[in-house]
Design a protein around this ligand. Structure first.
Ligand code: ATP
Ligand code: MG
Length: 402
């Protein structure tokens, strides 16, 4: 015997009416997309739940992929069995043994019977199936309060489902149910994590990266492409907009005093990001800033930089410590890429001292020397857009790069 299905649970309590239908449709679509490498599996929606019909696909490999799909609360490998009491008994025994291979410990059986025409009632079935397991094993005992294993049996119209394990899903909301955002993606540790957390809230994501050839090289760009590829595991296909930033950066470097160079550069990035967001129907910008982490991320700095746009700027990491961010980066598979040592456009030219409390008046004053509109427009127009698709070989490509 082996598990032939996976039962998927999802729950966002506020969901009603049309929202619920959209949520379910998107979730089904996203699950299918995440399982493309298993052409034999089928995803079926049924009464507030979903089933993956494995058709021979490996349960563990499929579970691995499901763990990355936002909107799934939890899931369980399930044995689907026809409504025949003997077969149900044997199925429950097999699942019990599979969950505790050395067959030592405690269990309980919990039967649910939405199918009221099934001849035996839940209580009677609990007892009957429990006895069958006890008779056919030596060192198992029943504990109804804190069992090592709970054997769940659901008697539905079409069949019975038997489950012993519950795995936690990624939570959140299905991607592409909440509008589009534009992620400012550097090659650092923070912004990919910010992108991941934004995806968790159900957005569709595009990314923008600023690069300054010849000061930043092809490998730095490739690193960002690879980081985007990791994010496609969670978000599906992602469009990456690469902005040529050399001209603007050079001019800022020439004309703005050292202490305000960083602030003005950030203001330009934000203006350009706004232009790219507008052209691609994104409703907000997401970045990897966290409060107080570095000079450009003090509250004064954020205030002065944020002034140049009316678009919402979401900062999923705003309250996180660096160590917390690193932990997520490791979990989602971006950390090893992020720490590769390639120059980012933010680090070139930059003077040793940056103002931690820049003010708006001065920033505006220094910017008078610059052709803001021309520089911003030129950058937005010259964007190079790459479409990064979810691949089955992301891990291999990353391994090649390391
Ligand atoms: P990260 O690890 O994301 O690079 P950081 O702690 O190094 O963050 P900064 O370099 O100050 O911080 O950047 C702050 C945010 O600005 C980044 O999280 C990212 O969203 C955005 N950003 C910085 N550099 C770039 C870039 N070259 N292209 C796009 N966005 C950038
Ligand atoms: Mg950085």
């Amino acid at each position: 015997m082996k598990y032939n299905h996976i039962l998927i649970r999802y729950s966002e309590l506020a969901l009603k009416g049309k929202n619920r239908t959209d949520f379910e449709k998107k979730l089904t679509e996203n699950i299918r997309r995440s399982l493309v490498q298993f052409p034999q599996v089928k995803v079926i929606r049924s009464f507030g739940r979903m089933f993956v019909e494995l058709n021979g696909a490996d349960e563990k490999a499929v579970s691995d992929r499901l763990q990355d799909v936002f909107g799934i609360h939890s899931f369980s490998p399930a044995l689907k069995i026809e409504l025949d009491q003997e077969k149900i008994d044997d199925g429950a025994l097999w699942a019990m043994k599979d969950a505790l291979p050395d067959q030592e410990g405690t269990f309980k059986v919990t039967v649910k019977r939405p199918n009221k025409s099934y001849p035996r009632r839940s209580q009677e079935l609990n007892y009957h199936i429990g006895s069958h397991i006890l008779r056919n094993t030596d060192r198992l005992t029943v504990d109804v309060h804190q069992p090592d294993v709970e054997v769940k049996v659901e008697i539905r119209e079409e069949a019975a489902y038997i489950m012993c394990k519950t795995l936690l899903g990624a939570g959140g909301l299905p991607v592409r149910t909440a509008g589009k955002v534009l992620l400012m993606l550097s090659g650092g540790i923070d912004s990919p994590v910010a992108g991941y957390l934004a995806l968790k809230r159900g957005v569709e994501l595009e990314a923008v990266h600023f690069h300054s050839p010849p000061f930043t090289n092809e490998r730095a760009k490739q690193k960002v492409v690879d980081l985007t590829k990791v994010l496609t595991r969670y978000g599906g296909t992602i469009r990456l907009h690469i902005v040529p930033f050399t001209e603007a950066q050079k001019e800022i470097h020439q004309k703005v005093p050292d202490k305000y160079e960083m602030t003005v550069m950030r203001r330009f990035m934000l203006r350009i990001a706004e232009g790219v967001a507008f052209n691609n129907n994104a409703l907000a910008i997401v970045n990897g800033e966290s409060l107080g982490q570095v000079a450009s991320q003090t509250l004064d700095s954020m205030h002065t930089i944020n002034e140049v746009t009316n678009m919402p700027v979401l900062r999923p990491l705003v309250t996180m410590d660096k160590l917390e961010v690193i932990e997520v980066a490791r979990k989602i598979g971006t950390y090893d890429l992020s720490i590769l040592p390639f120059e980012d456009c933010c680090t070139i030219f930059l003077p040793p001292q940056t103002k931690t409390k820049p003010n708006k008046e001065k920033a505006n004053h220094y910017e008078k020397e610059l052709a803001i509109n021309r520089l911003v427009q030129a950058a937005v127009e010259q964007v190079e857009t790459l479409t990064i698709r979810a691949g089955t070989n992301v891990d291999k490509e990353i391994a090649d790069l390391l």
